[in-house]
Design a protein around this ligand. Sequence first.
Ligand code: ASP
Length: 343
Amino acid sequence: MEEEIKILIIYTGGTIGMIQDPKTGSLTPFNFEGIYDQIPELKRFDYQLEFYSFDPLIDSSNTRPEYWVELASLIEKNYDDYDGFVVLHGTDTMSYTASALSFMLENLNKPVIFTGSQLPLRVLRTDGRENFITAIEMAARREGNVAMVPEVCIYFENRLMRANRTAKYNTENFNAFISPNYPLLAEAGIYLRFYKHDIFKPNGKKLKVHKELDNRVGLLKIFPGITKEFVHAALSVPNQKALVIETFGTGNAPTDEWFIDEIRQCIERGTFVVNVTQCVAGAVDMGQYETSLLLKNIGVISGYDSTTEAILSKIMYLLGRNLTREKFIHNMNLSLRGEISIV
Ligand code: ASP
């Protein structure tokens, strides 16, 4: 007899489980007990579902690396006992948390599927029910004995995406997430269609969980008219280890001498400076224009087609590993978990 598939559902907070506070009218997380009353369909699964609720539950805008470590540790602790994991999380920072988990969980051979919703489960027109039920299906799906999607993913509004390729881009539509630079991993319609070519194959190695994250990284989005004082302040934060600059187009920035000097001095002080584009889709290509060649020449590292969400968590993960300068840069130029397209 085939063994029953076991899925662990981890509830961290977020709109999916929120209720309206009678005093303030704002949405706040509520205890997930009674989930079977909210979604009685869950009882119809042939899988064994178990639930774990974070305490306290949070609006995901309050998340931070410590929560990611807690989440990764929980998955590590339960890894051998379950076939897959579904993480219910607020949408606001879901791409950050899920990206971070993708780096922390090295050699992941089981699905870790994040989902949530734009409307709470208790609201009649909720998108949470479908997201939740299909995320469980996706986490449980196997081919023979092998998980169909052994990756950290986000499932939202019929689409399964590699987590470290996603960004939340819509505050109100049900399709709140995009994966601008990588194809969908699966789609849910009448059938669940998995696009196997674009999904990682399990490598069969033992899971290794990295729990050291170093968040001494900053983010500077440039804009026409940005002042010298502002740039100077952002680049002079004591003990800053890395700085991401969100540049224009394919990685371009002003060529003003003061701007380049600030960045150069920052790099000379030992800070890693990484270039990502503020465009939603496409990649940085330093050297294509003179306005990015200067950055390349002073040692700015390319973020390729990474999302800002993924690059920040990749940097925290790599800083946490205490690598030499060379190794850090080497790893930034590698696709570690499919987060960048290197041709
Ligand atoms: N503020 C909520 C959160 O991220 C939004 C959501 O879940 O959609 O926790």
